[in-house]
Design a protein around this ligand. Structure first.
Ligand SMILES: [Zn+2]
Length: 249
């Protein structure tokens, strides 16, 4: 009933926009998908490996509490988190960084100046919110950032996390594949009125690049089994032909 409890209160006020989708499918005894920020459901994914606990993304409003609660469900605390994999640095996906500031933050090289607030995101909504709320990320040197510049495989104990660079939504957007689940960040979106598609235009720095990188991504994923694809806003789907056709439209 977790799906319903996440969805019904949102339905009352903003039909469908706030529902998560299939999140329970990517969870397990050692993995938890944690939506934050009603109604945008910015996702934090937490998983335990033999080497510690890692996160994909860091949520937005209320993320501190949601993260602590979500970690507790897999018997972990923020102190157990060793690694954070950042899909991109829009403020709605990085807010809880101070809670795990001791961890290694894996960020694509081109995204680092944006993550560390040295460069401002190009999209209009990001600029507007920054003018009111200021910067959201850490300052340079404040956390241990481990940049990478191309597709990279990270080994955590007996697990692997594969990073696929997919610039376009932001200059350093990255998708991560873990145990058959692809966390695609905002490179893939699901507006409630149109269904799954590419990154939403108004928030996307370079739409043509986003599309080209998605075409390339699905080619690069061929050697791997991908059971689910999840957006950064808590919506997961099977990557069948129809799904891929919609995303590449
Ligand atoms: Zn974004």
């Amino acid at each position: 009933m977790r799906f319903l409890s996440r969805c019904i209160p949102a339905l009352v006020l903003t039909p469908l926009a706030a529902c998560t989708m299939n999140l329970a499918q990517v969870e397990g005894p050692d993995a938890n998908a944690i939506p934050t920020t009603w109604p945008s459901q910015s996702l934090v994914f937490a998983a335990r490996t033999a080497e510690g606990v890692f996160l994909v993304d860091l949520g937005w409003g209320g993320a501190d509490r949601a993260l602590r609660r979500g970690l507790a469900r897999i018997g972990a605390t923020p102190e157990d988190v060793t690694d954070v994999f950042v899909t991109h640095s829009h403020r709605d996906h990085i807010t809880a960084w101070p809670v795990v500031r001791h961890a290694r933050f894996h960020v694509m090289e081109a995204e680092v100046p944006l993550f560390e607030s040295e460069v401002v995101h190009a999209d209009v909504p990001s600029r507007a919110v920054r003018a009111v709320r200021g910067d959201a990320g850490p300052w340079p040197g404040e956390v241990n950032v481990r940049p990478f510049s191309r597709d990279t495989t990270f080994v955590l104990g007996t697990d692997t996390i594969r990073a696929f660079v997919v610039p376009g939504h932001t200059p350093g957007s990255t998708a991560y594949l873990y145990r058959g689940v692809l966390f695609a960040g905002d490179t893939i979106s699901r507006p409630y009125h149109t269904g799954f598609g590419p990154g939403m235009g108004i928030f996307t720095t370079d739409r043509a690049r986003n599309h080209a990188e998605l075409v390339s991504l699905f080619e690069r994923l061929r050697p791997y089994q991908v059971r689910w694809v999840c957006t950064a806003h808590g919506k997961c789907a099977r990557p069948d032909e129809r799904f891929i056709r919609k995303v590449l439209r």
